[in-house]
Design a protein around this ligand. Structure first.
Ligand code: IMP
Ligand code: MG
Length: 196
């Protein structure tokens, strides 16, 4: 990496982003993610012993994390997915989201763990949480890979956080910009900032 510019230069990872000027430094490496996901899996396995969880992954961003986390949990579990979409460009502030794909499974009496990629303002999660709580789960916890420090505008705690990161726009390990970069193994800074 070029220390002066933060740009990833060819050869670091042999990745397709090595010559992409919009892709900056590694924020969390694949190795660090792997180690932390193993810890989260162990923690959840301990906390949910005797009460098998139902993991609810929020598409699309959480798909990589969900796959790794599920395999790091040493309990029987079930999983399901839902997809949400923002209402236009105002969503960032309004937090009004639309459920694009709903769950297949019934949450009644289940120990639900919502698996998210990133909590920024937390407004998306606030909406999801309310909507899922209304379905009568026995318990509901939230596990996010990333939480941007100092950005939350919500009044509930996230139960499991992989990493606190600075408020920069990040890509990779499931996270995208306009559907690109989800397959990067590391989390990196997107230098053009937040897309409109
Ligand atoms: P929030 O409602 O402000 O917490 O943001 C919710 C959604 O915005 C996340 O679930 C992501 O899909 C997206 N998002 C926020 N920050 C980032 C980022 O740094 N990279 C990629 N997506 C992000
Ligand atoms: Mg998301």
């Amino acid at each position: 990496m070029d220390e002066a510019t933060g740009l990833v230069r060819g050869g670091d990872h042999g990745s397709f982003v090595d010559s992409d000027p919009l892709v900056g430094r590694i924020v969390v490496s694949a190795e660090e993610i792997g180690a932390r996901v193993a810890e989260l899996g162990a923690e959840i396995s301990k906390d949910y012993s005797g009460r098998p969880p139902l993991l609810v992954g929020v598409l699309k961003g959480a798909f990589v994390f969900m796959a790794d986390l599920a395999r790091a949990i040493t309990l029987p579990l079930e999983l399901d997915f839902m997809a949400v979409s923002s209402y236009g460009a105002a969503t960032k502030t309004s937090g009004v989201v639309r459920i694009v794909k709903d769950l297949d499974l019934d949450l009644t009496g289940r120990h639900v763990i919502v698996v998210e990629d990133i909590v920024d303002s937390g407004l998306t999660l606030a909406y999801l949480r309310k909507s899922l709580l209304a379905r009568g789960p026995e318990s509901l916890a939230i596990c996010t890979l990333l939480q941007k420090s100092g950005q939350q505008r919500t009044d509930f705690d996230v139960d499991y956080v992989g990493f606190e990161i600075p408020p920069e726009f990040v890509i990779g390990y499931g996270l995208d910009v306009a559907e690109e970069y989800r397959n990067l193994p590391d989390l990196r800074v997107y230098l053009a900032g937040e897309p409109e």
